[in-house]
Design a protein around this ligand. Structure first.
Ligand SMILES: [Zn+2]
Length: 400
């Protein structure tokens, strides 16, 4: 909730303020803390369930002390204030047991009103599941995915915007694959979590060690499974596809809004459709959708516009809920998030259509015939069960 007045912290040492603020962020389940100078004040916001919220407002004079303190905590250069800096903090919140700690990735960015800081809180339990079935992929899709993962080659892609849980999915898959019989190597930017039984490597583009160069080396490392943080350029795309066709089970994320989009993206990057068709096994598109707060949820009648957009049959229109906001959910009407998945398996029909150069809509139609449920279908069924709201469905799923 936004406060009208700035809090007076002149009496509080910046390290104590940071201790209290980070502890509060961890206990509220925030993923990021934003410390943002504006013209006349310092805003502090938390990202909770994917949405930013103003938590505190401080006098601007406090900024330099807080930023210096962060630089000391993460071993950054205190004298440097004109260039961005990235650091890492291992933090022990007062609320956790003395042996437990939280990893924080710090990014400091110079703005016209002073240095802004974003602290990404990395909670191990949010970044990985011990079993694949905990991801939330439908059992029918999961069974087919497990079959694909047992094979010795082919490409498995995970797609979605930042903060949609792609890393969790990739880490959970890697964790499930880790065994003494397979050599698993990754190229990441950054390595967010250290995994047992996996050789993880952090790229350094400034040293010429980027995804494509790293990949070439990995192919000489006798790897069985390779994971690349993100395929962003034509060179990485080409080496990845070739690897997936020559005895490597290849995992990667790629930036598209839906599963069919991944096919189109590879073709746009200059990969021959026949190679895309032969290499690609499955594309998993995902989002994290907010759950309606169970404490303040109430039935609602959706507007005509929403009914039309979501194509809801008349008989179902009375089934929807929304949170009106309460103290449990900090007035937002939502509490916690659920992963939703659009899982597309590339079967022979799709392979043929990719080679023939079929358009997006035709590919998607075929994928649906093969049993794919789109993100929107999955989200609407969650809303029908009262788990989320129609507003959230519209916010989180692609428009088509
Ligand atoms: Zn509530």
């Amino acid at each position: 909730m936004a406060k009208d007045k700035e809090t007076d912290y002149t009496e509080v040492a910046p390290q104590d303020w940071l201790q209290v603020t980070i502890t509060k962020a961890v206990s509220m389940g925030a993923s990021d803390i934003h410390i943002e100078p504006e013209q006349f004040r310092l805003n502090v916001r938390f990202r909770i369930d994917g949405i930013l919220r103003v938590i505190d407002q401080l006098h601007l004079t406090y900024l330099n002390q807080v930023i210096s303190c962060l630089k000391v905590m993460s071993g950054l250069n205190i004298a440097e204030s004109r260039r961005p800096q990235d650091g890492h903090i291992v933090f022990r919140p007062q609320t956790l047991a003395p042996t437990e700690s939280v990893d924080i990735r710090l990014s400091i960015f110079p703005t016209v009103f002073g240095e802004a800081a974003v602290l990404r809180i990395q909670n191990r339990k949010d970044l990985i599941f011990d079993k694949l079935d905990k991801l939330g992929i439908e059992p029918y899709d999961l069974e087919k995915l497990q079959f694909v993962l047992r094979q010795s080659e082919g490409m498995v892609l995970v797609t979605g915007p930042g903060g949609s849980g792609k890393t969790t999915t990739l880490y959970t898959i890697l964790n499930a694959l880790a065994s003494s019989q397979r050599n698993i190597v990754t190229l990441e930017d950054p390595v967010e979590l250290r995994l047992n039984g996996v050789r993880q490597s952090q790229i350094h583009p400034e040293l010429g060690f980027d995804f494509s160069q790293g990949l070439r080396s990995i192919l000489r490392q006798d790897a069985n499974v390779v994971m690349v943080g993100e395929i962003r350029d034509d060179e990485t795309a080409e080496i990845s596809i070739r690897a997936a066709l020559t005895g490597i089970l290849f995992l990667a994320s790629i930036h598209t809004t839906n599963s069919v989009g991944a096919i189109i993206r590879f073709i746009e990057l200059g990969i021959p459709p026949s190679m895309v068709a032969a290499a690609l096994r499955v594309v998993i598109t995902q989002r994290l959708i907010r759950n309606v707060c169970p404490n303040c949820r109430e039935k609602i009648v959706p507007s005509d516009k929403i009914v039309q957009f979501c194509r809801i049959p008349k008989d179902y229109q009375s089934k929807f809920v929304q949170g009106k906001g309460c103290s449990e959910c900090d007035g937002t009407g939502y509490k916690g998030r659920t992963g939703i998945f659009e899982v597309m398996f590339v079967n022979e029909d799709l392979q043929r259509m990719i080679i023939e150069g079929a358009a997006f809509t035709d590919l998607e139609l075929q994928a649906k015939r093969n049993g794919m449920r789109t993100l929107k279908d999955v989200a609407i069924s969650l809303a029908l069960n009262g788990a989320t709201s129609l507003d959230e469905v519209i916010r989180m799923t692609p428009l088509h």
